[in-house]
Design a protein around this ligand. Sequence first.
Ligand SMILES: NC(=O)c1ccc[n+]([C@@H]2O[C@H](COP(=O)([O-])OP(=O)(O)OC[C@H]3O[C@@H](n4cnc5c(N)ncnc54)[C@H](O)[C@@H]3O)[C@@H](O)[C@H]2O)c1
Length: 469
Amino acid sequence: MVSRRSFREHHARGDRRQFLKAATGAAVAVALPRIVPCSVFGASAPSNRINVGLIGCGHQSQRIVPSFLVHDDMQMLAVCDVNRRGDGYYHPDQVLGRETAREWVDQHYAQKTPSGSFKGCAAYADFRELLDRPDVDAVAIVVPDHWHALIAIAAMQAGKDVYCEKPLALTIYEGREMVKAARKCQRVFQTGAQFRSSPAVRRACELVRNGRLGEIRRVYSWVDPNSFESPGLGWQPQPVPDGFDYEFWLGPAPAAPFHRERCFFRWRYILDYSNGQTANFGAHSNDIVQWALGTEHTTPVEFEDNGSEFLPAGSLFTAASRTAFRARYANGIELLCETRSSSGAKFEGTDGRLEITLGGRLATFPENLKDSVIGPDEVHLPVSNPAHTTHVRNDVDADHVRNFLDAVKSRQDPIEPVESGHRTASLCILGNLAQILKRKFAWDPAAERSDDEEVNRLLRRDMRAPWKL
Ligand SMILES: NC(=O)c1ccc[n+]([C@@H]2O[C@H](COP(=O)([O-])OP(=O)(O)OC[C@H]3O[C@@H](n4cnc5c(N)ncnc54)[C@H](O)[C@@H]3O)[C@@H](O)[C@H]2O)c1
């Protein structure tokens, strides 16, 4: 049952409606060009155009696809999903999968084409076929977290630049392997934690970095609660829907009987595929903390459970139903990460306090601190899209993608490079381990090892054959 709908999820539904509206107005395609005419791209010369493939056509693709398509210097050539087309995602009536995404893309270009028809976007069930295409320059990886590392590393080895959804990886080992692959293959890598591209978040981080709160003593990061209740004890396996390749969906994860609420959207509440809301929303709120504190190349050095809760053994959802962990940075700053009605972060310093939500609400105490001007010689954080050329419904997402496309062209690091995404994900993963083990442990961010051997064993997970890293 839906218990609440978050700000972000609400917006995603709006995107879908736009798509459906576009799709119902579609003219019947007669001539079916595969290459979009140059006129569609305005001033963008074909040589400047970035060809993109989308891997994962579920809930979040409803935000990612329009955030790419708004940019005229890219073309979405192909989409991929192990689900042909089916319902049961966040909203029961949502019909998503590769055929739906393919229609969105074709419809987008059809509307811009003089003939009003276009059917040039390919749809694949196997990401390896998409990666085999030499004309694909970059991929957007929008699959559940247990697949991020395998697909991202295969993509980089195939020479593609990568936009990969947050949280970067399922384990510390996988995240570190992604960092190594990006360096070795010299690929541009953007972590899809789009709030780095939010002007309000940047402003909040600049105020903290430039000492407007004095010396920071304590930081809070908040994560949303689960949006759905778990099927309880005694839940029964269900038949696999037509067109959904469940074996492929499981991939490297342990074999398990099919249940709708295991796969579509709800996988984020199950430890085999994720680190729960601790990492799902923590990848945003803890990323703000890391950016504000300037700790993007490290993590806290100590983690401890702080009263997290889990559902009874036998429930389908196995990740913490209430996040609560405490961490400590090497300089003594304390971080308290916990479940709250909506995600964000709060910073407490010797001279003031600051609160920022993912929705962009910035509050300070004293209030006038908010208006403080950052001087030319102070720290200015990067701006994703200085020209602000993306006037779409959700500018933060589109600006984050713009930043990626610009980096693909300039070959410079984007606003959230792989190492930074890895460190934020590590913070969340380690917090989750503290919650699972219910004890305190020390962490060496340079060696990426703990003083607790059980923690060290959990830094990597076995992959089910034939998948391996
Ligand atoms: N940045 C954000 O604000 C934000 C918001 C929501 C989700 N996300 C992230 O997006 C990713 C996807 O989440 P979602 O909510 O869309 O999940 P989802 O379950 O709704 O969709 C995932 C899709 O990936 C497909 N898939 C699974 N394995 C695949 C594979 N090997 N190859 C191709 N397709 C595969 C599934 O069939 C499904 O259609 C996650 O990493 C999640 O954390 C980010």
